[in-house]
Design a protein around this ligand. Structure first.
Ligand code: GDP
Ligand code: MG
Length: 139
């Protein structure tokens, strides 16, 4: 069964020149890139995207980070695309959770600046795709 997932190549990864590396890993995994856009996220989009974390101590800093420079937003498609991309990304904390061989495990040092975002469920994916790519919303 084909799934869609919303991926962000976060501003730290863009600034460090990892867009090609990360897109290459996505392509080599076999996922299809069905939308791709470099943009600077407006505050309202970032706040809506991370609404589940509102109230957490890191939330204000997270919004500042995500809106602080250009990022790459993408929609990926493929069988089990949601889990497949989260496997490529590795765990949230690049040192404590992500293992070498993953994007975060290979390139990250800090919990916040962890290079990528990937949707965590079908419901999140559809909500996030509608937020970042309204013309691709399911309905
Ligand atoms: P993800 O689904 O693996 O991206 O992780 P979460 O949904 O739990 O958190 C969203 C994002 O918030 C993460 O990708 C990090 O950029 C950031 N984040 C999560 N936990 C922490 C934390 O403990 N400290 C800081 N500074 N940032 C965090
Ligand atoms: Mg998450």
């Amino acid at each position: 069964m084909t799934e869609r997932t919303l991926v962000l190549i976060k501003p730290d990864a863009v600034a460090r020149g990892y867009v090609g590396e990360i897109l290459g890993r996505i392509e080599r995994k076999g996922l299809t890139i069905s939308a791709l856009d470099l943009r600077t996220a407006p505050g309202e989009i970032a706040a809506a995207h991370y609404a589940e974390h509102e109230g957490r101590p890191f939330y204000p800093g997270l919004l500042e980070f995500i809106t602080g420079g250009p990022l790459v937003a993408a929609v990926l498609e493929g069988p089990r695309a949601i889990a497949a991309f989260r496997q490529l990304a590795g765990g949230t904390d690049p040192v404590e959770k992500a293992v070498p061989g993953t994007i975060r495990g290979d390139f990250g040092l800090e919990a916040q600046e962890n290079l990528v975002h990937g949707s965590d469920s079908v419901e999140s994916a559809e909500r996030e795709i509608a937020l970042w790519f309204p013309h691709l919303a399911a309905n």
